[in-house]
Structure formats: structure tokens, C-alpha cells
Design a protein around this ligand. Structure first.
Ligand SMILES: Cc1cc2nc3c(=O)[nH]c(=O)nc-3n(C[C@H](O)[C@H](O)[C@H](O)COP(=O)(O)OP(=O)(O)OC[C@H]3O[C@@H](n4cnc5c(N)ncnc54)[C@H](O)[C@@H]3O)c2cc1C
Length: 440
């Protein structure tokens, strides 16, 4: 590498620029950036990876905390359908590195995978750390250079990359750059979306970030929030209009989160743009029809009244007891009491059954982006060529969550990040090769 000194290096002169002829800079050491590095190294192109955080891939490590769902086993056609309108642009990259290749790649790194009952694919170790360790070792053995604590701040006037480091500002001028800076959720893990201004100035169109696969805000009463935050609402059907999902949600201090809510979150977000609030209907007893549930409630009401003296006023058991006998757990009972507006104790069995099966929750907003699993928004596809370079700069490539696409949880996020990383790496390798031929 060559250090190019500015003409007159006075005290106010910009720092020296390190020229990286023939080298591709990769900025962001998450799964997309590491995938790009691997393809470039396989093509014989030297790479230097820059990462703003002290260690790489913090979000990837976080993803492994609850079981790393790396991809999904459903047929490719169905799989591609999960990307909605972005499918057209993602299809080529994913078809080139489809779920079964991703599984074989994991196995090659010593991490066999298995298919869970829902069709989701996990490494047998469940965690990200063994896979990441093996991946980084392989990249370093192939010659990758990793510079952590290098926070990219933008481009200089001469197109150099500007970084803030512990030793102050540093500048680099590679032959091409692959950006893999992630979206804007969980900013404390490194990706905060602050890159978008520099890209907009460069001429790329940026779609504003929005949270996806995230919780919702409901606005609980304080007693409910204090008592139930962190508890699971199990085996419930959550419906918004005709769209419904059966699963589990977790009560948070301000609302609900968890798998079932995440899968409705994109739909809810779009509705919230049109109206002030969205009503979600909870069916707390999805295995029973309203008639069967009413029958169960009636029988249980009868069983609890045997001691009533002839002529005395029959009293029903407490609401909590009636609900528990209908099969609701404590959290569901608490939720029912929080949400039902009628005087439920006086309800007949059939009216109570209807309330249990149609409990309305008013969603006031999405949970904040910093708690979302992923984000929609980022660099618009209209600014990106098929080889993942920018229309406004053929030497700048982008990949992963910083591009404007979204998908549900289920392994679709990591699959697309890794596949687009590989596609951008391929694009950059071809670009650098064609430039060196042109220079020769
Ligand atoms: C709690 C949680 C659980 C998840 N679970 C799953 C799951 O099971 N399955 C799944 O498919 N997906 C899951 N995801 C989503 C998945 O982790 C992300 O979609 C994926 O990590 C995005 O990859 P990326 O490489 O595009 O970006 P990131 O992983 O965000 O990596 C971007 C990198 O760029 C660095 N960076 C950012 N800005 C700069 C800068 N200016 N200068 C230098 N470096 C910078 C960051 O520090 C980071 O290392 C989960 C996410 C979360 C938060």
C-alpha cells in the first residue's frame, strides 16, 4: 500500500491517504460484509475489512442468543415469495446461493444444521459464536485484513474513505468498496443507519428506515404493566382484519412483542400510516369454537354452585376462576381483565365465550426502531445496478440490510444478507479485474 502525501502538508492539511491499489475495502463486518469478503478472496482479490465496533458481527451474535435461525427449508418458490416486492431484485442472488447451499456452507465450517418442526433451519449448536469463529478464521487464513474500531464517516472530496479511529482520522483509497453497514435497528450493536446522509449526498435514493419484525405499543395500565411485563401470552390467535397468526406474544412494559406480533408487524405498520390506531383481535381459546367454550363455561358455572341453598340467590364464581376453568393461564386472565370493557362477571357463558374469542387490543404505534429485529428502508433498488453497485458510482457496492427490502423472521433475513453480500463481492471482484485489464 502506498501513502500519498498531499502537496503541502501543513498543520491543517488533511491526513495522508493510504492508497489501496487492487484492494477492495469492505466496510461493516456483519454477515453481509463477511460474505462479500469470502467471495472476493476466493476470486483472488485482496480485501481489507473495516468495522466500526471493537469486534465484528455483534448483531449476528445477538441473533444467536435465542437460537440462530439461519435459513428456511421450504421450497425455493415459496421462500422467494417472502420478500414481497423485493423478490424480483433479490431472486438472482438467492438462487445463486439458495438455502441448501447455505446449509452446506455451514457444514463446511463445522456447523451442521437441522430443520426444526416449523421448517426453520438452525445450526445444531443453536448459537452464532462457533460459526462466526470458524468463518473469521477461514477469512483471515485466506488473507483478509480486519481493522476494527474504524468508523466510516463519509467520502472526502477526492473520493477517499474517511474513518474515525482511536488514533484520529484516517483515509483510504481502495480500488472498490463494498458497503455492508446494516439497517438501523439495535443501534448499540453497531448499525445505526447514520451512513444514509453520505449516501444521499452521493446521489443514492434513500427510503426512510422503519421498524419491521418488531413489537407494538398498546399503552397498558400501570398495574398491568408492572405485574405482567415479560410474561408470555401462549397459544393465541392474533388477527388484524382477515390476516391472522396463531402463536405466542410477550407482554412488554408498553405493549406486545414476540413471534406472532413480528409476523403481523409489517401489515400493522402500513395500516398505522392510514389511521390513528389499529385494532387487533385476540382469540384466547383458539382450539375451541365459541359454542364449545360457552358449554365449558356453563358446566363450570353449574359445578361451582352446588352449595347454593334453595331459594338463595345463585352467585357465579369469580371472573378469574371462570376464565381459568376455560383454560386461560394467568397472563391471559390478566390480559382479559385489562382489555375487556364489559362487566364480564355478569356475562352469560355464551357472551363471555364471545369476549374470550374476540378480545380487542388497540395498537397505538409500533415499538421503537431500536428494539426491532430488522428495518425496512435504506438504499432504494432504483439506485442499485444488478451487480449491486450504485448507479452513481460503479466502484461502490452495497449489500445486506442497508438495502431497502424486508422479510419476516424465519431465516429469510440472514439468507438474503449473505446472498446479497456474495453478489456484491462478485460484482466488486469483476469491477477490479476489469479495471486492472484496462490499466494494463
Ligand atoms: C435480536 C435479533 C435477533 C435476530 N435473529 C435473527 C434470526 O434468527 N434469523 C435471521 O435471519 N435474522 C435475525 N436477525 C436479523 C439479522 O441479524 C440481520 O438481518 C443481519 O445481521 C443483518 O446483516 P448485515 O450484515 O446487513 O448488517 P449487520 O449485521 O447490522 O452488520 C453491519 C456491520 O456494519 C458495522 N457498521 C455500521 N456502521 C458502520 C460505520 N459507519 N463504519 C464501520 N462499520 C459500521 C456494524 O458495526 C456491523 O458490524 C436478528 C436480529 C436481531 C436484532
Amino acid at each position: 500500500m502506498v501513502l500519498a502525501a498531499p502537496q503541502s502538508a501543513g498543520p491543517d492539511a488533511p491526513p495522508l491517504t493510504e492508497r489501496m491499489e487492487g484492494v477492495v475495502a469492505i466496510i461493516g463486518a456483519g454477515p453481509a460484509g463477511l460474505a462479500a469478503a469470502e467471495v472476493l478472496l476466493e476470486a483472488g482479490t485482496p480485501v481489507r475489512i473495516f468495522e466500526g465496533m471493537p469486534t465484528p458481527a455483534r448483531k449476528f451474535l445477538m441473533a444467536g442468543r435465542g437460537g440462530l435461525n439461519i435459513t428456511h427449508s421450504e421450497p425455493l418458490e415459496q421462500f422467494l415469495g417472502r420478500y414481497g416486492s423485493a423478490r424480483r431484485r433479490l431472486e438472482e442472488a438467492i438462487a445463486d446461493f439458495p438455502p441448501e447451499r447455505l446449509q452446506a456452507w455451514c457444514a463446511d465450517l463445522g456447523q451442521e444444521t437441522f430443520v426444526g418442526t416449523s421448517g426453520r433451519v438452525f445450526p445444531k449448536a443453536m448459537k452464532s459464536s462457533p460459526l462466526l469463529r470458524a468463518w473469521l478464521s477461514r477469512l483471515l487464513a485466506m488473507g483478509a485484513q480486519l481493522s476494527s474500531r474504524h468508523l466510516w464517516k463519509g467520502w472526502s472530496e477526492d473520493g477517499s474513505l474517511i474513518f474515525m479511529t482511536r488514533d484520529g482520522e484516517r483515509r483510504f483509497k481502495p480500488s472498490a468498496t463494498v458497503f455492508a453497514l446494516g439497517g438501523a435497528s439495535w443501534p448499540r450493536l453497531g448499525a445505526d443507519g447514520s451512513w444514509s446522509e453520505s449516501f444521499a449526498r452521493k446521489g443514492a435514493t434513500i427510503t426512510p428506515f422503519e421498524p419491521t419484525n418488531c413489537g407494538v405499543r398498546v399503552g397498558w395500565s400501570e398495574p398491568f404493566s408492572l405485574r405482567f411485563a415479560g410474561q408470555a401470552v401462549k397459544s393465541t390467535r392474533f388477527s388484524i382484519g382477515e390476516t391472522s397468526v396463531r402463536g405466542e406474544a410477550i407482554v412488554t412494559a408498553e405493549g406486545l412483542e414476540g413471534g406472532a406480533i413480528y409476523s403481523l408487524s409489517s401489515h400493522i405498520r402500513k395500516l398505522l400510516k392510514q389511521t390513528d390506531g389499529v385494532t387487533m383481535i385476540l382469540d384466547l381459546a383458539p382450539d375451541l369454537t365459541a359454542d364449545r367454550l360457552a358449554d365449558r363455561l356453563w358446566r363450570s358455572d353449574q359445578r361451582s354452585q352446588p352449595q347454593s341453598l334453595p331459594g338463595s340467590r345463585k352467585s357465579r364464581p369469580s371472573l378469574a376462576n371462570r376464565l381459568r376453568r376455560a383454560g386461560l393461564n394467568d397472563t391471559a386472565v390478566g390480559l382479559f381483565r385489562e382489555l375487556s370493557r364489559a362487566q364480564p362477571q355478569s356475562l352469560s357463558p355464551s357472551d363471555l365465550a364471545d369476549c374470550i374469542k374476540r378480545l380487542p387490543v388497540r395498537i397505538v404505534s409500533m415499538a421503537p426502531i431500536d428494539r426491532a429485529i430488522s428495518t425496512a428502508g435504506g438504499i432504494a433498488w432504483t439506485s442499485i445496478r444488478n451487480n449491486y453497485s450504485l448507479n452513481c458510482d460503479p466502484g461502490v457496492f452495497v449489500c445486506g440490510e442497508m438495502i431497502d427490502w424486508e422479510a419476516p423472521t424465519g431465516g429469510y433475513l440472514l439468507q438474503a444478507c449473505i446472498a446479497t453480500g456474495r453478489a456484491a463481492g462478485r460484482g466488486a471482484a469483476t469491477f477490479v479485474r476489469s479495471r486492472s485489464f484496462a490499466d494494463a
